[in-house]
Design a protein around this ligand. Structure first.
Ligand code: NAP
Length: 342
């Protein structure tokens, strides 16, 4: 039984340290030869998580060649794409090219799929030196192999949307699902989204509206984003502030929200998010740049009685919900499309 759970979670692929699960491992075995319960994907494109890409880009001074070299080095050293600074990864799309006889995932060879488990736990081998990528975008044309375990999840790519759009939407599909769930469970009326003009931010606003919230505040960082968010019609009020400046966030947001969703891709938004949230309210930290200690100790230091949720990347039905919000909402498309290379 234990061996079955170990294999289903991919523990047999962990090279270092012993006993860790793949997400926490320093190094995975990315051998493309699959076991009977595994699936191999021929990789076509990676989507680097926004916080990871921003960190890599900033640390390389915006030099695309250096970013590409850094990604290749990480994957070579770790057998997976996990940014050692942000700890985050992303996801990928590709074609199923081998299915073990005992795999329970229901995939068949030739299907085009998106992995819905993080690159931080996906054994990955790159074979093209990422030569088709200039190192300047979150999406990375790539060739190589990735391995799925028995407990992994993957979605068959929809044929009505361009791949880069599906990849971008599915990468952040946990955010609208988490937002909808919290709004439905708490009956929240007022929802604030920090980083509201981004991919997860725009989807979260649309999800909050669909779940019954009636007063939506979108916080963005500059006038250009404010104009774009205003034109999208997703928020009832658009405010401009630096999400990393807590007092500015509180002043801009005004009456505290029942639910605040943090969708920025930079560190330091924890205290502003807590201040923007009403007593008894909830903060959803979807951002991978969130610090647990800053959130927990900051809330304590402000004597703020708020529930703080880690934005779990998985909620049942999350992929279909996000794709449907994209398809059905022109405002969401107006904000996501310019961020996605066709
Ligand atoms: P995105 O499309 O780049 O959106 C981020 C938004 O935040 C952008 O509009 C950005 O503005 C804005 N922003 C950055 N710094 C800001 C500041 N100081 N004040 C106000 N706004 C600011 O990113 P995304 O793909 O939606 O990802 C958002 C976050 O979700 C990232 O941290 C990512 O790592 C995380 N994530 C989490 C999961 C999970 O499972 N929990 C999965 C995927 C992604 P500019 O564009 O002008 O910089």
């Amino acid at each position: 039984m234990l061996e079955t759970i170990e294999r289903a979670l991919g523990a047999h692929r962990v090279l270092e340290p012993r006993g860790a699960l793949p997400q926490a491992a320093l190094r995975l075995d990315a051998d493309p030869a699959i076991g009977p319960d595994e699936v191999r994907i021929a990789v076509e494109r990676l989507n680097l998580d926004a916080a990871s890409f921003r960190q890599l880009s900033e640390s390389c001074g915006g030099d695309g060649e250096a970013v590409r070299a850094a990604v290749l080095e990480i994957v070579e050293a770790r057998g997976k794409m996990q940014n050692p600074v942000t700890g985050s990864g992303g996801m990928l799309i590709g074609v199923v090219d081998a299915v073990g006889s005992g795999s329970p995932l229901g995939l068949t060879v030739g299907q085009r799929v998106a992995t819905l488990v993080s690159l931080t736990l996906t054994p990955l081998r790159l074979t093209d030196g990422l030569t088709a990528w200039d190192g300047r975008s979150e999406q990375v044309p790539a060739a190589g192999t990735a391995i799925l375990f028995a407990r992994s999840i993957a979605a068959v790519l929809p044929d009505d949307l361009p791949d880069p759009v599906s990849l971008a939407v599915l990468d952040v599909c946990g955010a609208p699902a988490a937002t909808a769930r919290v709004v439905e469970r708490t009956g929240a009326r007022r929802v604030a989204v920090l980083g509201a003009a981004g991919k997860s931010g725009s989807l979260s606003l649309a999800a909050a509206r669909a779940a019954g919230a009636a007063d939506l505040v979108g916080l963005v960082r500059n006038d250009a984003e404010a104009a774009a968010l205003g034109a999208s019609g997703l928020a009832d009020r658009v405010v401009v502030a630096d999400a990393t400046d807590p007092l500015a966030v509180a002043a801009a947001a005004g009456t505290p929200a029942d639910v605040t969703v943090v969708c920025v891709d930079v560190p330091g938004a924890e205290h502003g998010a807590v201040l923007a949230t009403a007593e008894g309210g909830t903060v959803v930290f979807f951002s991978m740049a969130t610090s647990f200690s800053a959130a927990a100790l900051g809330a304590e230091g402000m004597a703020a009685d708020v529930t703080m949720l880690v934005g779990n990347g998985y909620t049942p039905g999350h992929a279909a919900l996000a794709l449907d919000l994209y398809r059905s909402n022109a405002g969401v498309r107006s904000l996501i499309d310019p961020r996605v290379e066709a």
